[in-house]
Design a protein around this ligand. Structure first.
Ligand code: HEC
Length: 99
């Protein structure tokens, strides 16, 4: 029983996102991801880890220079993972949805 409990605890710890890495990733996003578009196009996504990884690769392919890739990935998965509730729709003042 005990070894099983220990390995489960370890797994939980490994899976838990590191707050320092998340903050580093948030800073990296602010620094490099705003050169071509706003943050909203990123923040409305709900992707799993593999999808976020491919998304970063896609942006790098278009010339984005990412220095803190691991931290950025941690931040994106922790904040905009596919386990998070859908992003609220953007609405104009009169309540009609923005394009
Ligand atoms: C070199 C310019 C450029 C930079 C810098 C850039 N992007 Fe993009 N990004 C684009 C373009 C162009 C699109 C629209 C592509 C389309 O319409 O499919 C886009 C779209 C997106 C989308 C919407 C989904 C998609 O693939 O179309 C996400 C998410 C995204 N970018 C994430 C990021 C992240 C995260 C970063 C920072 C690591 C970043 N982008 C930096 C050019 C860039």
């Amino acid at each position: 029983m005990k070894p099983l409990f220990c390995s489960m605890t370890l797994t939980a710890l490994l899976a838990a996102a590191d707050p320092a890495a998340i903050e580093k990733g948030r800073a990296e996003e602010k620094r490099v991801c705003v050169a071509c578009h706003g943050l909203r196009i990123i923040h409305i996504q709900r992707l799993n880890r593999g999808q976020w990884d491919r998304e970063i690769t896609k942006m790098v392919g278009w010339g984005t220079v990412v220095k803190e890739r691991e931290a950025l990935l941690e931040y994106l998965v922790a904040s905009y993972g596919d386990d998070k509730p859908a992003a609220p729709l953007a609405r104009s003042q009169d309540g009609t949805q923005k394009p």
